[in-house]
Design a protein around this ligand. Sequence first.
Ligand code: UDP
Ligand code: MG
Length: 316
Amino acid sequence: MTMNKKDGPVLAIVVPCYNEEEVLLESAAILNRFLQSMIDSAEVSADSYILLVDDGSKDRTWSEICALHREDLSFRGLKLAHNRGHQNALYAGLMEARSDCDLSISIDADLQDDVDSMAEMVRKAKEGANIVFGVRNDRTTDTVMKRTSAEYYYRILNALGVQTIPQHADFRLMDRSALDALSQYREVNLFLRGIATDIGLKTDRVFYSRKARTAGESKYSLKKMLLLAEDGVTSFSTAPLKLSFGFGAAADGAALLLLFRAMRDRKSQAGIMAWICFMQSLQFYLSGILGTYIGKTYTEVKDRPRYYIQERTGEK
Ligand code: UDP
Ligand code: MG
């Protein structure tokens, strides 16, 4: 890890905020108390700051952010013109912080994730980790519906070959090199926790238990959750496009069986059905081939970096 300042790494705490007027001031105070204690104990540089990203809120979130900044320069704000969703707001904040920090930590405005774990994240970064994942080991405060849907969702992702860290949302430390790598992912359909595992580099984890929201309601509507779930699959797996091959093989098998029966029982009806099945299987195969090509084009259009150069010899 490279450091700008001799007094420790510059830490940027990045917080996406959407209609968070009810919790923002309280959360900001807690985060600032934490940050000042880290600065006082020389764990991080005095230039460290909290970056609040207003994701096109319709309430007083932005004016609260402005007031915080007027009172204390540890707070910085970024306002997005429209509501672009959690992932994009967070990405905007991380890219803003990228040129002006050594370490970034992303955390939700409701502080459901454990603020104190951030000290451990910083420690792990100092030990050499580029990315530190916050992992929940207790979700009893989430609704049963949210818990079970999350569990099955991650199982499906795994089955489709999408690498994710179970029980990790977006509470995560990323150092400058990880942010540089992230900046090279140009996809529009963001699934940051998937990209964070895709980046590679040196990773570590810290464990914590997830709390209930201190105030306000979840800003993740069912629709937003479903869209995020979809991005998780389609941004990282083209397996569904190839489903047709399976259907094709099954239809082929059925055709063979029917043909066998038609010949054995000398029934023309079974013969016709065998023919239909065979033709159907051809269609499935053909759309499978189409799917494969579309899948390849899709990954090309995204223009992801093929690799990331972490270091070059002779460089500082
Ligand atoms: N958020 C956002 N834009 C949105 C929805 C949510 O920036 O369109 C932020 C929100 O302010 C919070 C974080 O994303 O800081 C996570 O949202 P929330 O806590 O409502 O989600 P949950 O914990 O219920 O999954
Ligand atoms: Mg929350």
